[in-house]
Design a protein around this ligand. Structure first.
Ligand code: SF4
Ligand code: SF4
Length: 236
């Protein structure tokens, strides 16, 4: 029973090999292969002309990391190292330091003094950005700068990863917006640099390039800030 189908299939194959092609098939045989080529000429071109034309990547593509800022220019990173602990490739190195009255880099007590990502190790899994409690760390869609002739260029420092100063704001360090707490920053109450912050930067770093485009915004009012109890409730 098991041999019959084999014999049947084999005989059909032998017949197909023995059968002589028709006259029409013989006539077109030399150019039949061009049919595939010619039909492909009328299909849409899918070849991407990279690097001459930038590729279209998905909005949530995992590219180079970015260390974000608040709207007044202070840094969001608080140096907690949660991103480094979450990283399966041990690609992140963080050293925290305390904010000082004359050198406030982020709201609250601590900031990331040293921040490095080793792109020779990174596998772009995104676990670090999931672990970040302040949304300081996100991933951009940039990828074509992550190449280089040596190892050194692929270890990105904090300066390489920091987002640009928001439009109209002044760069850190500078004091927090007057009358605010770090929770006001987490809740999005700070919408830009105030005149007091701009004046502080002008007095301490008159050469700071962000001063030229600085535009003062109003500080959040006390009634609009809410209590700490409200903040905890809102975050749950
Ligand atoms: S994307 Fe993944 S591998 Fe790369 S630094 Fe973040 S956690 Fe580490
Ligand atoms: S990027 Fe986020 S998780 Fe990493 S040290 Fe800074 S605040 Fe913490």
């Amino acid at each position: 029973m098991t041999d019959r189908p084999h014999r049947s299939r084999g005989s059909q194959h032998d017949k197909w090999l023995r059968d002589a092609p028709s006259a029409l098939a013989r006539a077109f045989a030399p150019v039949a292969g061009y049919g595939v080529t010619i039909s492909s000429m009328f299909r849409p071109v899918v070849t991407e002309q990279y690097p001459f034309e930038p590729p279209q990547v998905m909005p949530r593509y995992h590219g180079r990391h970015q260390l974000n800022r608040y709207d007044d220019g202070l840094e969001k990173c608080i140096g907690c190292e949660l991103c480094a602990w979450a990283c399966p490739a041990d690609a992140i190195y963080v050293e925290a330091a305390s904010n000082e009255p004359g050198a406030q880099y982020s709201p609250g007590e601590r900031y990331g003094r040293v921040y490095q990502i080793n792109y020779l190790r990174c596998i772009f899994c995104g676990m670090c950005i999931e672990a970040c409690p302040t949304r300081a760390l996100t991933m951009s869609t940039d990828f074509d700068e992550l190449v280089g002739p040596g190892r050194e260029g692929l270890i990105y420092e904090k300066e390489d990863l920091l987002a640009p100063v928001p439009e109209g704001a002044v760069g850190a360090p500078h004091p927090m917006v007057e009358g605010t707490e770090d929770s006001d920053y987490y809740r999005g109450k700070v919408v830009g640099s105030t005149q007091a912050q701009i004046d502080w930067v002008r007095a301490h770093r008159p050469e700071d390039p962000s001063l030229g485009a600085a535009r003062a915004k109003a500080a959040p009012t006390a009634s609009g800030r809410g209590s700490r109890h409200t903040v905890k409730g809102a975050l749950r």
